[in-house]
Design a binder for this molecule. Structure first.
Ligand code: PLP
Length: 294
């Protein structure tokens, strides 16, 4: 299983990162997870744009000889070298501020310190069974910081939220801040309320999900009324439909929330239509072919 680390392709078991690395010590870095099909990245440009924006905000620099286009090429090479030229896969990339050989101090290391760049590709099985049945979710308080728009590797509140969901037998946790639904632990949240498809506005309180952005485009193509306005958590129980969106989630209908049935306890038609359109876009952009019947 070759992975990419700082310019080299090597076996994952041989990949080593320094204990001085600021990713390890401070969670000082950003990451992306991109879906791939037939050996090609889905919405790769959007993921790389988000990664670069995060890097700019955190003053992280590309190492010598690498840029966003180069990282896309690395990702596609990893797909090839891991025999992922067919079917569904995903690529994980992470860039930290590095720091090998530097003392541990909060202040950034000197400008000559190279970042650490890691990338790996793996097989991906979309959670279609859960989608068919509809997922359970729980609500949890949103404990995160003021820059949730940055896809940083500091994920402890998300990890705790997802762990609570898993312990409750749920797919994901709906995070709530000041009575408002922000997003899932690794997903965005949509609700169909009064005929309007709503999701939290982009801004510092949520990650601007690539799937969220595409689903909003697809909803407009379906001539659904959409609105990026906050959803009070108290309104969720009366939503006709609630669903999560995410790169490894696609569109996931939520049919139980905190142990109570939502939307009649069955996946709703809007989530189903959006999932079908999302798969159509995925197939069309990665293979250039629209599958018959979709
Ligand atoms: C907190 C959070 N929100 C939303 C998402 C969904 O984003 P995307 O659709 O880009 O995968 C993720 C994905 O990891 C996430 O971690």
């Amino acid at each position: 299983m070759p992975v990419y680390l700082n310019g080299a392709y090597l076996d994952k078991a041989a990949a080593r990162v320094s204990v001085d690395d600021r990713g390890f010590l401070f969670g000082d870095g950003v990451y992306e997870v991109t879906r791939a099909r037939a050996g090609r990245l889905f919405a790769g440009d959007r993921h790389l744009l988000r990664l670069e924006r995060g890097m700019q905000e955190l003053e992280l620099r590309w190492p010598e000889g690498l840029d966003a286009a180069g990282l896309a090429a690395v990702s596609e090479r990893l797909l090839r070298e891991n025999d992922l030229g067919e079917g569904d896969a995903m690529v994980y990339v992470q860039i930290t501020r590095g720091g090998e050989g530097t003392p541990r101090t909060h202040v950034f290391p000197g400008p000559g310190t190279p970042p650490t760049v890691y990338a790996a590709a793996s097989r991906f099985t979309p959670p279609d069974d859960a989608r068919t049945r509809g997922a359970a979710a729980i609500t949890v308080p949103d404990l995160r910081w003021g820059r949730c728009d940055l896809k940083t590797i500091q994920l402890l509140p998300n990890v705790l939220a997802k762990q609570r969901a898993a312990a409750a037998g749920a797919y994901d946790a709906v995070q709530v801040r000041d009575g408002i639904v922000t997003e899932g632990a690794h997903t965005n949240v949509f609700a169909l309320l009064g005929g309007v498809l709503r999701t939290h506005p982009a801004g510092p309180r949520i990650l601007p999900g690539i799937t969220r952005e595409i689903v909003l485009e697809l909803a407009r193509e379906l001539e659904l009324t959409t609105s990026e306005e906050p959803i009070p958590a108290a309104e969720l129980p009366r939503a006709a439909e609630v669903f999560f969106t995410g790169t490894t989630t696609d569109v996931m209908p939520v049919v139980r929330l905190d142990g109570h049935a939502l939307g009649g306890g069955r996946p709703g038609p809007v989530a189903g239509q959006l999932q079908a359109k999302l798969l159509e876009r995925l197939h069309a952009t990665t293979t250039g072919v629209t599958p018959a019947g979709r």
